[in-house]
Design a protein around this ligand. Sequence first.
Ligand SMILES: Cc1cc2nc3c(=O)[nH]c(=O)nc-3n(C[C@H](O)[C@H](O)[C@H](O)COP(=O)(O)OP(=O)(O)OC[C@H]3O[C@@H](n4cnc5c(N)ncnc54)[C@H](O)[C@@H]3O)c2cc1C
Length: 283
Amino acid sequence: MTSPTAAPTPATRIAPARAARPQITLQVVRREQLSAHLVRIVLSGDEFDDFVTNDSTDKYVKIYFTKPELGLTAPFDLTELRQTLAPDDLPVTRTYTVRAVDAEARTLTIDFVVHGDTGLAGPWANAAQPGDLLTLSAPGGGYAPDPASDWHLFAGDQSALPAIASALAALPGTASGLAFIQVPDASEVLPLEAPPAVQIRWLFGDDPAILVREVDAATWLPGRPQIFAHGERSAMKGLREVFAGRGVHRSELSLSGYWALGRTEDRFQAEKREPVGVILPVS
Ligand SMILES: Cc1cc2nc3c(=O)[nH]c(=O)nc-3n(C[C@H](O)[C@H](O)[C@H](O)COP(=O)(O)OP(=O)(O)OC[C@H]3O[C@@H](n4cnc5c(N)ncnc54)[C@H](O)[C@@H]3O)c2cc1C
């Protein structure tokens, strides 16, 4: 597998090929430094028209990274590549929320947490230049705010900020709620579009326990909430307990780990099939 510290390169595209899941390759139009740890990449290109969006506010794509020396070209047929490449040489994917799709401008926007020199996607986004190419999959997604819900609760770290920001912007103007967003420090706070009765509480620090503690200590609004909670795995495990203690039903909850401290995404995803990675559903 590609070493997280190896210089990655998004693949170049030469000729179309059949792939199990549709992929498109777009170019970086611009890179914006939203804050010290958050970089916005705006993408466009001829294949924008092949991006089939969906109604989920947490819609996400898989971004492909390959070893530059192999000269692989997108789209990638992983079934075929598995027959010819060593496991360490296969394309590697990273999962990212699509922060915005602008059909008129024909752009996709993705906000990347820059979390240091390790990893593939964070360092790639940090160094991205206009014209760089990025291959990504068709989007998945599983959550959208339910306008009929009594109120809305959001909890996440900076990796979930794009999805939370999209959901807040999609809420009806009359919606009420609480949003807990943990970022490293006060300089990372961003302006967010949200209904007036949704209170946004920024939390500062790197310890995932901060998010759990603050959500646990909060006074909830009357009625039953619809909950969107995503971020570092141990925080999600803690929140799962908090929500269970409050009598939240599984149907009211969108909760998963987006990443895990000390784990690459490959390892983290593999661990979802092992006891350490399981975040038990709330019954
Ligand atoms: C559905 C979904 C949507 C997501 N949306 C976004 C998004 O919009 N924006 C976003 O930035 N992330 C998002 N993530 C999280 C992102 O996929 C992971 O953070 C991923 O591990 C980053 O890949 P990487 O190559 O930079 O680092 P990796 O190679 O996966 O990891 C290298 C090291 O960096 C650490 N690390 C990884 N992510 C972080 C982080 N956020 N903060 C601190 N340390 C980290 C790891 O623990 C590991 O030690 C999403 C994840 C999922 C499942």
